[in-house]
Design a binder for this molecule. Sequence first.
Ligand SMILES: [Zn+2]
Ligand SMILES: [Zn+2]
Length: 382
Amino acid sequence: MRLVFCEDSSKHKIKMCRSVPTVLCLLIAVHLAMSACPDIVSRSQWGASSPRKRTPMPSLPVPFVLIHHTYQPGFCNTSTSCERSMRGMQNYHKNDQKWDDIGYHFCIGGTGQVYEGRGWDVVGTHAPNYNSRSIGICFIGDYTNELPTAEMMEVAKSLIECGVERESIAANYTLLGHRQVRSTECPGNTLFNEIKTWPHWTDLETRPSACPEIVSRAEWGAAPAVSRQMLTSLPAPFVLVHHTVQPGACNTSDSCKTAMRSMQRNHQNIKHWNDIGYQFCIGGTGKVYEGRGWDVVGSHAPNYNSRSTGICFIGDYSTELPTPEMLNAAKSLIACGVELGSISADYKLLGHRQVRTTECPGGALYNEIQTWPHWEALSSST
Ligand SMILES: [Zn+2]
Ligand SMILES: [Zn+2]
C-alpha cells in the first residue's frame, strides 16, 4: 500500500511519505480506496455521440441536486438495453429538443449502473433556472407507482457523495425532485416520496420560491445558440430593463413565441450575435420567456453584458405601461435571480437609456422602474 501511494505522488510527496509513519500512509491509502465514487459507464462505453458543445458550470461546487425519472424510456435491466436507452435519450434531446447534448448529468440503470450523461461540472438541460447550478440525476424508468431497485437508490446516493467529495457538489447541497421546481410529475410519486427521506432533501413549500414559471427555449422553438459564454463572476451586480419596440406587444402564447423566434432570427442572422440578446423577455400575458437564461453573458448593453441580467418587455412602452401582470412577472424574475444566486442581493436596477444613447425602455416604462426597489440614478462617472 505504502509503495503504491508513494509512487503515485510527486517527488516532493515521496519525501514526505518516507518521513511519515507507515500507518499514516496506510490510512491515506485506505481513505482513497474508500472513495464514495461508483464506477461510471463512460460516454464512449455507451456509444454517445459528441455533444454540440459543452458549457462549464459558472461556479463550483453547485448548491443543488435534482432527481428525475425518465418515464420513457422505461426500466432497463441489462447493459445492452440501458446503453440503448442512453443513446435514445441523447438522440431525442439533441435532435428533437435541439439541446446541446443529453439533458442529464448522470443516469442510473436497473442494474445499479451509473451512466455518464453530460458528466461533472458541465451545465445541463434538465430544469430551467437550475441548469447552471445543479447536478441532474435521472433514474431510467417510470417511478410513479413503484420504487427503483435498491441497487439504483444506493448508487444514486454514492454518486451524490462522490460529487461532494470531488467538490462538484456543495457539502451543504439541497436535494430536490424535479416537480419542486416546475410543473411536472417527475420524478414520479413513489420516487418523490422516497427522496423526501434522503439527506438534504428540502421542502420548498416552507421556503417559497419567488421564481415564476419560465417558458423554456425548447417551448418557444429557439434555434440553438451559436455559442454560450457563462458569466465569470456571480452574482451579477446589475439588472437592465429594455423594451423591444419591434416586435410589438403580444397577447397570446403563440404570438409571444413568434415574437421570441423573430427576435432571435434578427439577432443571430442580421446582427450576427450568438443568440437572442436578452437573458429573459416578458410577454403581454405576464409569461416569462427564457432568452439566454441565467448566468449566460448577453448582448443587450455594451459594457454591461458580462455583469448584468437583461430583461426585455415585448412591445413599445414609450407612452403606455406594460400590463400589471408583466410588471409583476419582472419583479418576481428579479427576486428569483437573487434567490438563485445569479443576481446580487444589492443589485442596481437600470434602464437601458442610462448606459447608452437610446430611448429604450421607453418613457413610460422608464418612469415606472424609477419607483422600483434598487433603481439607481447613475452618475456620469459610473
Ligand atoms: Zn425530470
Ligand atoms: Zn434596450
